[in-house]
Design a protein around this ligand. Structure first.
Ligand SMILES: [Cu+2]
Length: 160
């Protein structure tokens, strides 16, 4: 009797996990971090690795700590680093797209509070699938010191 009950519970739990994985997790967010700010600083960047299990597009984001949140691209133009808002960032199926310093990032502007190291900020990412359905995904982003530890920097990041 007891054994059968246990089996039933396990089966239910497995089903719940599967449903959750298929429905709520179209995009995996890994290694998210935001750059800590100093007093008076009104803008900062959020970086992460995004992997979509089917073709998806990051079309926007929002956070209660920032008045304006945009998806940005940074690139070299005639030896000058330029940064601009983009309408969306394509996430091909199964391919990890990295948002990192010097490249794509989520830009927080009009910050309402300083971003303090070792705390977290809530961020809602908006993903649009191939059918045009927009799904929000809430993430808690750890706030880190401006210069990441040497071990976290990538050797071959600068490709021209
Ligand atoms: Cu930016």
């Amino acid at each position: 009797m007891r054994y059968i009950f246990k089996r039933k519970v396990q089966a239910l739990m497995a089903m719940a996990l599967l449903a959750n994985a298929a429905w709520a997790q179209p995009v995996t967010v890994a290694d998210a971090w935001a750059r800590a700010t100093v007093t008076g600083q009104k803008a900062s960047g959020v970086f992460m690795k995004l992997t979509a299990n089917q073709a998806t597009r990051l079309v926007g984001a929002s956070s209660p700590v920032a008045g304006v949140v945009e998806v940005h691209e940074m690139k070299m133009e005639k030896d000058v680093m330029k940064m601009a808002a983009i309408a969306g960032l394509d996430l091909p199926a199964g391919k990890t797209v990295e948002l990192k310093p010097g490249g794509y990032h989520v830009m927080l502007m009009d910050l309402k509070t300083p971003l303090l190291k070792d705390s977290t900020l809530p961020l809602t990412l908006m993903f649009k699938d191939a059918k045009g359905v927009v799904t929000p995904l809430d993430v808690k982003v750890p706030i880190q010191q401006p210069a990441p530890p040497a071990g976290m920097q990538h050797g071959g990041a600068h490709k021209h």
